[in-house]
Ligand binder design. Structure first.
Ligand code: ATP
Ligand code: MG
Length: 405
């Protein structure tokens, strides 16, 4: 992509209403536009990163055995009356009526609809287990919409729902899902901790995947030696205590919940009377699990972790970077275009700064775009024998014929 053609209008100043690193970065770097509190549009650069996150999530959910579908944003009231949620969760719902006064809802989550789909189609234990997921925009009237894409009233979630004939079978899948989640977050460049959280009245625990960082809204107690970690909401330890698992020291940190998994069991399938016939011909209620990942929240979390405020510089993790390489040409030369063609042919996604602007401006924008590898070609680099390649490992001069990424 030629930078002269790219939709990239960066801002020098932090927007006055930015309350977090990602809120400021996304707007300054032209990755997103804030339309109102909690609702952001993804601009071409932001959408590129988002698509890469989506791809990773999709690949890992497919590998886990999930089948992708797409449910409705607009939902009929009747489904939500069945579980009792039409009245009980009223404060976070965006409700609306059509022209004939029929009441509807912009979906904040999809347990009701997935159960409705499954109870229509699955009648026998032979069709279980089953895991279905979607990647879709959700709507929640969050009273605390804030921190850029971390907490939106409109945001993208991957939500998977699993259906089982027994609790043992749910447990097996639940454990496998943990590994799939670790794979996702590792590929996103996020070091997510598995944290025990409240399981409600049906289960002892649920689990959250928390990235420890200051901007987080959750308080996590975790061990300095082993993997023990628990959300403050159910913690029986405090800072400085000995770890109940290994005797290490308990630390306290803020965390962003980028995903969670929940053994729902029959919480919603029972009130919706969703049943199948078991081996003995008896009717049983589906045993369920649900598994969420916040895609837009994860994208914001990556910025919170990787943006260097002191240097005003972003470096995206490789698998989600908007471009693999930022090729920056300073002054006149004939080589830059050849390198661009060559790398593009080799399959790299290259952003080529072909504009006639100052080096300062080019570097400041490159710092915002955040490609993990930068190739600079200038009179100076050519005199030194080639191009300058800068990445997380440092900077080196490389001959043009030997550029190897
Ligand atoms: P939180 O406690 O942060 O409100 P939640 O428990 O309501 O999250 P779920 O309903 O389980 O979350 O949603 C699954 C995932 O969707 C969460 O782990 C989070 O990553 C993401 N998510 C939830 N609410 C929001 C939001 N308002 N904006 C962005 N992402 C969200
Ligand atoms: Mg919530």
């Amino acid at each position: 992509m030629l930078q002269s053609k790219l939709f990239l209008k960066t801002l020098k100043e932090t927007p006055a209403d930015a309350d977090s690193i990602n809120a400021s970065y996304f707007v300054r770097a032209c990755f997103a536009q804030k339309q109102m509190s909690g609702a952001y549009a993804l601009l071409p650069l932001g959408f590129k990163v988002y698509k890469k996150i989506e791809k990773i999530v999709r690949e890992e959910m497919n590998a886990l055995g999930g089948q992708e579908l797409l449910m409705n944003v607009l939902q009929p009231k009747e489904l939500w009356v069945e579980t009792g949620r039409w009245e009980s969760a009223i404060d976070i719902f965006f409700k609306l009526t059509d022209s004939s006064k029929k009441e509807m809802l912009l979906a904040p989550t999809h347990e009701e609809q997935i159960i409705d789909i499954v109870r229509h189609h699955i009648k026998s234990y032979r069709d279980l287990p089953l895991a279905l997921y979607q990647i879709q925009t959700k709507f929640r009237n969050e009273p605390r919409a804030k921190s850029g894409l971390l907490r939106g009233i409109e945001f993208v979630m991957k939500d998977m729902y699993s259906f089982h004939a027994s609790e043992e079978d749910l447990n097996v899948f639940y454990e496998k899902s943990k590994q799939a989640y670790f794979n996702v977050f590792k590929r996103l460049g996020l070091d997510a901790k598995l944290v025990a959280a409240s399981g409600g009245i049906f289960s002892k625990y649920s689990h959250e995947f928390q990235v420890l960082t200051e901007v987080g809204e959750d308080t996590i107690y975790h061990c300095d030696k082993c993997d023990f970690a628990v959300n403050k909401e159910i913690a029986e330890v405090k800072e400085g205590d000995n770890c109940p698992d290994c005797g290490g020291k308990i630390l306290v940190s803020r965390g962003v919940e980028v995903g969670n998994i929940f053994p729902l069991k029959t919480k919603w399938s029972a009130p919706m009377n969703a049943t199948f016939t078991d081996k003995d011909g008896k009717e049983q209620i589906f045993i369920m699990g649900c598994y969420g990942i916040g895609l837009t929240r994860s994208m914001a979390t990556i910025v919170e972790v990787y943006y260097d405020s002191a240097k005003n510089k972003m470096v995206w993790p490789k698998e989600v970077a908007p471009f693999d390489v930022h090729l920056i040409s300073l002054g006149e030369n004939t080589e830059a275009e050849k390198i661009y063609d060559d790398l593009t042919k080799k399959g790299f996604d290259v952003l080529f700064d072909d504009r006639d602007t100052s080096a300062g401006e080019k570097f400041a924008e490159a710092d915002l775009v955040g490609a993990p590898t930068r190739i600079i070609i200038s009179k100076k680099s050519l005199e030194q024998g080639g191009v300058e390649i800068a990445d997380v490992d440092g900077t080196k001069i490389v001959k043009i014929s030997e550029i190897d990424l």
